[in-house]
Write a protein that binds this ligand. Sequence first.
Ligand code: NAD
Length: 450
Amino acid sequence: MTVTERYDYVVVGGGPAGMTAASRIKRLKPNARVAVFERSGFVSYAPCGTPYYIGGLVDSLGKLVHYTVDEFRRRGIDVYTNAEVVEAGQGFVRVRFSDGERVYEWGKLILATGARPRLPAVRGLDLEGVLTLRTLEDAERARRHVLEALRVAVIGAGYIGLEVAENLRRLGKEVLILEILPHVMPTLDGDMASLVEGELRRNGVDLHLSEGVRELEGDGRVRRVITDRGAYEVDAVFVATGVAPEVQLAGRLGVKLGPTGAIAVNRRMETSVEGIYAAGDAAEAVNLVTGKPDWFPLAPVANKMGYVAGANAAGGYAEFPGAVGTAVTKVFDLEIGRTGLTEARAEREGFKPVPAKIRAGTRSSYYPGAAEITVKLIADRETGRLLGGQFIGREGVLARVNTLAALLMRGATVEDLFFADLGYAPPFAPVWDPLIVAARVLLRELRGAD
Ligand code: NAD
């Protein structure tokens, strides 16, 4: 085994977590030799922007790259793209480039390998025009295909499926969504998801729920989707059926996985093997509502994990406390936010969830332009602790879901929320904010009296 170079730190994966970790290490230890190996052609890119590139709202892929490879190199980080780590062992990685394989040694290793699309077990996934969305290369390929398509099927009505569906409609495409579950967005409760379903249908999306795909058919190129209920002629198919953590290298290194299947880490992002850290979508984090290990494949969590892993690897001290699963998205004109546990999940986790759902105006009733927001809050009957919340409306979702998220991270009760000192002025909120109104209804439910 001929070693090409020796690095103090090797980061596997140049996504948000990997690049944040590498930057942190270089900042704290300017003389350290740091390398990043990235399988795709880009590092430090914003995968969350790709649906908007497909729809043409973002007009160039370059805008989705925060810093280029050259910018990192100028900072003294050796970034290798189109460089896949194919083998790893104690102190070394073997990397495949287009012109062959090379071996590099490391002193400390950061696994930021991310997640990959989880594909359903159906025939025809290898047909041309069957698309997934993860990297910028995926986005480029997808845009090329959909521009010439008339009818596009989207399999899976989660975050990617719905964001892609909206952008396909923006391009004037006929859009068919096939979702295997009885409602869209499994991170919402069914009663809230029905508001999203209405918005999709109002915007011309042909939405099919409880419909599983059996096979994709074509003549080299995809032409038909066969489901358990019918067959549909299509020109392209997006498969957005969820993601799974990329943990193959971790397995080869003897790094332990946790109950979710992602890499088990402590609060310093240390894995079970000394000198090896994990961060981002490949790693678990504590769910601060359940207190158990959980998996949050979300960009803000990944970035922070990278920051903490980098700081600790470089000899500093930082802890990542965990997360509550806060996510927001937009589906046509609806803003959607969720944090903590859904009512269904709270039940499964052994809580005694009490829900309260209200509809209220987003601004003072006399102030022009107010929209409606639906708020669902969930609390535990026994302790009065907040467990989660969901928000859907045409404006004002982000501030409210963020407020609740911060409280959830601190184990707050419904009463804490009711008395939270929130901002008010007629253009932004009614004097009794919808969040406070929901807390008031929940208090009544919990106490059984007015
Ligand atoms: P997802 O988990 O959000 O949704 C997957 C959907 O596919 C679910 O509704 C699921 O029921 C459905 N599904 C699974 N198997 C199916 C099958 N065989 N047939 C039909 N439907 C099926 O996953 P995603 O949309 O692929 O997104 C990937 C990850 O990216 C998510 O975990 C999310 O955290 C993240 N993401 C977040 C945002 C955001 O926060 N705004 C945006 C994009 C992506």
